[in-house]
Design a protein around this ligand. Structure first.
Ligand SMILES: C[S@@+](CC[C@H](N)C(=O)[O-])C[C@H]1O[C@@H](n2cnc3c(N)ncnc32)[C@H](O)[C@@H]1O
Length: 266
């Protein structure tokens, strides 16, 4: 049952099962992010928005001697993460207010901060909480101008469901420009690296693209709808996706996915 969150949005839970349907593709950005973290060792590491533990697993492999904890606001994601990594510590928390324990050398947030209200301010606060040499490493999808996301808004605003899901249109937060993150965070750190990577994910068919987003951006749109409306919305959206993402030579479709990366050293 969806409940209003502090920001007035529907706070329906995530589904670890749906999210993990594309585990390989979704785990590539945190691998790429971690590869740029300039730490040989760490005392304590926090995986922010750890989800089902896929990114946490990478952190444990890279820092086997560190105390690695996962933080997430979703009970379903945390359940899955604890099952996957029973020896790891997972805590429920909202990153809007969460603070790291002393001795934390790495704050790693893959695909989470675009869901956190006023995330630039939160990133600045977290960076300032680190000891000298500590690292804040963040990746956020920068895809709101991609057809899949634009069509979501378009379908949401032009059907019998539009009043019901009006609130969902503000459910994820626009990213700032790379230059703005630089100006905000540079005075707070000794080194910063900001870059974009465009992934081209090959998805089985157009319906697969819809399945991908059911595990992330579509959740706030579908959650407030009853089963009939949800089915109608999904059918309309799938038609639009079919038009926007033509099949390639092997029958698959190419989902272009731009992502923004930030690695800041305190
Ligand atoms: C897209 S998943 C990312 C999972 C994983 N980090 C990965 O690399 O694939 C985003 C996660 O962020 C969590 N999340 C969203 N808003 C949050 C918040 N305000 N505080 C803590 N976790 C949040 C969600 O519950 C979800 O598990």
């Amino acid at each position: 049952m969806a409940e209003p969150s502090s920001s007035g949005r529907a706070a329906e839970d995530w589904s670890a099962r749906q999210y993990l349907k594309f585990e390989d593709e979704r785990t590539r950005p945190p691998r790429d992010l971690l590869a740029q973290v300039p730490l040989d060792a760490a005392r304590r590491v926090a995986d922010l928005g750890c989800g089902p533990g896929n990114s946490t697993e990478l952190l444990i492999a890279r820092f086997p001697d560190a105390d690695v904890i996962g933080v997430d606001s979703s009970p379903d994601m945390l359940r899955q993460a604890r099952e996957r990594l029973p020896r790891c510590r997972f805590v429920e928390g909202d990153l809007a207010a969460w603070m790291p324990e002393p001795g934390t050398d790495l704050l790693f947030g893959n695909a989470v901060f675009h869901w956190v209200p006023d995330h630039p301010k939160v990133l600045a606060r977290l960076l300032q909480s680190l000891p000298q040499g500590g690292v804040l490493a963040v990746q956020m999808p920068d895809n709101t101008r991609e057809p899949a996301l634009m069509l979501m808004d378009q379908v949401a605003g032009s059907g019998p469901w539009s009043a019901t899901i009006a609130q969902a249109l503000a459910a994820r937060y626009e990213l700032a420009r790379a230059e703005d993150y630089y100006d905000l965070l540079r005075p707070l750190c000794s080194h910063i690296d900001i870059w974009h990577t465009h992934y081209n994910h090959m998805i089985e068919n157009p319906a697969g693209v819809v399945e991908w987003f059911k595990g992330s951006s579509l959740r706030p749109f579908l959650a407030p709808l009853d089963a009939t409306m949800r089915e109608a919305f999904t059918a309309r959206y799938t038609d639009e996706i079919r038009r926007a993402y033509p099949v390639r030579a092997d029958g698959k479709v190419m989902l272009k996915f731009p992502r923004l990366f930030i690695v800041a050293v305190r």
